[in-house]
Design a protein around this ligand. Structure first.
Ligand code: NAP
Ligand code: G4F
Length: 329
């Protein structure tokens, strides 16, 4: 039986990855940082079924060393990050500590405790930022546009550096935006799907949004965590772009999401400059041919299917909140 340690297990991807690893027969440990509120909502259903949480923080080197000593993993998936782009302008130093230096802390812990551990780094299409070519591949130069993007570029290169310096099996997955009903409410897809459900149920009339012309290559998180696992199972470590290859605007996202419940987004969506960013990533489109060719990976959920899945889930969630009294007019 193989053992995996996941940082960021309480996040969107961590929960899907843990489920997938359990299905593959792994013993799964997840690093959980101390918080005064409950953060295990997304993995609650897995705590009886094989996932063990262990306390630690990417800011605290000793906690990572202890976590590796205690869990003795074969594979480490480093998904922990300050991952919300706008927050990275408000807290650039914290973002650098967690999202950039946190990677080095984990790599150092692996080097000290057991350099045979295989390491996955959650890199991001945000690294391409002001894109230098389209579509973006593993060879496209980076031009990050936010402190978050800059921190991810550092994480990407330190991952490659530990591979080349110490021969550790490290891979960097350059994943384009991926979403699900478990996405945080502050990210654009979930903000829209939850907003649509609230508007449909009569709890609000308006949805205030930022740049409707921004375009993203959106996929389903459940599909993307499979690519992470496949990368660590190859004979040689390498880096891969994971994307659908299809790009849609935030405006199209709103159109499809509102139409799902019989509404016209133009009656409800208001563009509000408060949600504009100091520097925008206008358009991202990934070319995942290397992942298709070498990993045999391909996405199974398309854009419309994804948006419908998220709206349907939030319609159910809002209905359940009304029934339980958690949401009242
Ligand atoms: P997410 O839902 O925001 O989850 C982030 C996770 O990181 C949470 O579990 C969070 O814990 C944890 N974390 C934050 N600070 C930490 C610290 N100091 N020490 C340990 N853990 C910490 O993000 P996601 O969407 O699942 O994304 C997973 C990873 O992929 C992230 O690294 C993200 O930057 C990257 N990525 C995501 C996408 C995407 O579209 N989703 C695309 C490319 C790359 P709490 O629950 O305690 O906050
Ligand atoms: O959903 P977003 O906040 O995601 P963003 O900034 O692309 O970052 C996500 O994907 C990255 C991969 O490329 C990850 F690395 C990162 O961790 C995160 O998961 O915004 C998407 C787009 C942006 O262009 C933004 O300006 O939507 C635009 N947008 C328009 N109105 C909005 C809004 N974004 C948010 N969050 N809220 C709005 O009201």
């Amino acid at each position: 039986m193989k053992t995996a340690l996941i940082t960021g297990i309480t996040g969107q991807d961590g929960s899907y990855l843990a489920e997938s690893l359990l299905r593959d027969g792994y013993r799964v440990f997840g690093l959980q940082r101390r918080s005064s509120t409950i953060t295990t909502e997304r993995v609650e259903h897995l705590l009886e079924g094989g996932v063990t949480l262990i306390s630690g923080d990417l800011i605290d080197e000793n906690s990572l060393i202890r976590a590796l000593e205690k869990t003795e993993p074969d594979e480490v998936y480093n998904l922990g990050a300050q991952s919300f782009v706008p927050t990275s302008w408000d807290q650039p130093i914290l973002t650098g500590e967690i999202t950039a230096l946190g990677v080095t802390r984990m790599l150092e812990a692996i080097r000290i405790v057991n350099p045979k551990v295989r390491f996955y780094q959650a890199s991001s299409s945000e690294m391409f930022g002001k894109v230098q070519e389209s579509p973006q591949t593993e060879r496209t130069p980076f031009y990050p546009r936010s402190p978050y993007g800059v921190a991810k570029v550092y994480g990407h290169w330190i991952t490659i550096n530990y591979r080349e310096s110490y021969g550790i099996f490290t891979v960097s997955g350059i994943l384009f935006n991926h979403e699900s009903p478990r996405r945080g409410l502050e990210f654009v897809t979930r903000k829209v799907s939850f907003g649509v459900a609230r508007i449909r149920a009569g709890f609000q009339k308006e949805l205030r949004m930022g740049n409707l012309d921004a375009k993203r290559d959106w996929g389903f998180a459940g599909d993307y965590v499979r690519a992470m696992q496949l990368m660590l199972r190859q004979a040689e470590p390498d880096d891969y772009v994971v994307a659908t290859g299809e790009t849609h605007s935030v405006r199209e996202l709103c159109e499809v999401a509102f139409a799902r419940v019989g509404l016209d987004y133009r009656d409800h969506v208001v563009q509000d400059e408060r949600y504009f960013r100091p520097a925008e990533v206008h358009v991202l489109t990934g070319d995942a041919s290397k992942a298709r060719r070498k990993l045999g990976w391909r996405p199974e959920t398309d854009f419309k299917g994804l948006v419908h899945m998220m709206v349907d889930a939030d319609m159910e969630l809002v209905a359940a909140m009304i029934r339980s009294g958690a949401m009242t007019k």
